[in-house]
Design a protein around this ligand. Sequence first.
Ligand code: MV4
Length: 445
Amino acid sequence: MFEKILIANRGEIALRVLRTCKEMGIKTVAVYSTADRESLHVRFADEAVCIGPPASRDSYLSIPAIMAAAEITNADAIHPGYGFLAENAEFADVCAEYNVKFIGPTAEMIQKMGDKITAKQSMKDAKVPVIPGSDGLIHNIEEGKKVALEIGYPIILKATAGGGGKGMRIVWEEKAFAQNWDSARQEAKASFSNDGIYIEKFIEEPRHIEIQIMADQHGNVAHLSERDCSIQRRHQKLVEESPSPFVDDKLRKKLGDAAIKAAQAINYESVGTVEFLVDKYKEFYFMEMNTRIQVEHTVTEEVMNLDLIKAQIEIAAGLPISGDSFYPENAHAIECRINAEDVFNDFRPCPGRISELHTAKGYGVRVDTHIFAGYSVPPYYDSMLAKVIVKGANREEAIAKMQRALDEFIVSGIKTTIPFHQKLMKDEGFRSGDFNTSFLENFEI
Ligand code: MV4
């Protein structure tokens, strides 16, 4: 097992990783920017190294700064958390070069899944269902229109380097093709320095359902059931739950088998997530694979009764997973993301000082957060402050528990997304479980 892990992240996930390291008897190194000097991950770690000024590119995204911190502290592994360098193949490569274990998959696996066309082709070869579309990149408008006509409108243009909706355009009819082509390419080029575009049939009002998997270095792959992440706003997830109200045992088995096939196809190692779009007929399609631990891993932890960070560290150390079948508890977990945002003003970020704090507590409630009374939310990073995760015997009980948890979660001094979640938990559409990724487009807070 590792002796000392450097945590190349900040905020709640740095704390989350640190806690498991402590429980496993592993020493920890925190890294921090000058904006995060007073953070809890710095206070609770065995050692802490300042890696630069507030801007991410000069600190949490600086590979030289982080490798220097690993070197001077003699860390034998690095946990990247999520965001920042978690899916940076070059970083994984540099770690390998320095003989520091990157706690995640290899650079090659990250690269394969990071390029969407390569990923899609690997899945097609492995007989995982993919969305009908172009065979690779589209080179010009003429070729694009031809492919679109064959598939049938509406179609969607996607950036091969994409993710998170950037460089994505829906095209409803041929006469709108050229204009959308130009804007998709421009956005892709500006965002990823890669203007490669491909075409897919546009799946209308799908659910976003993802399968958590884990795969060890010995060829064992297991899936850990699904999360429904359909409640999103502008590609930012706000609520996740497990099980999905839409997934029955038959669909769960099919999704699980497909996710395992996906991981096996690339000899995947580590924890990971296979994302699917599921249409109203319960047909499902591979969308992308995340090669990191995700924000919403906690809902899976609650229903599976399993520490996913511990599993990730054990896998990285070469330990085998304990079997190939894991079953969820007869329970329902929901997570609400509490962000420092003004929900009445277009979810505008609202950094500032937290003057008073009372987090939710009690039976079946878990709060993962790095904030405390007197903490100042810096303006430089992601606005997520806390995750409220509840577990109940069924969905109705979980919603009731979330409502009472949100009611006793008090943050003064800054605006948060709590009022949004309170409204959502009362909404008949949400409560019915009959929603899709378009749900929040017509939701008035
Ligand atoms: C799609 C789609 C419909 N049809 N692809 C959004 C982000 C990127 N990962 C892929 N996305 C989508 N791809 C086809 N062929 C709809 C979306 C989509 C979406 C997907 C998951 C969750 C929320 C979404 C919101 C808008 C669009």
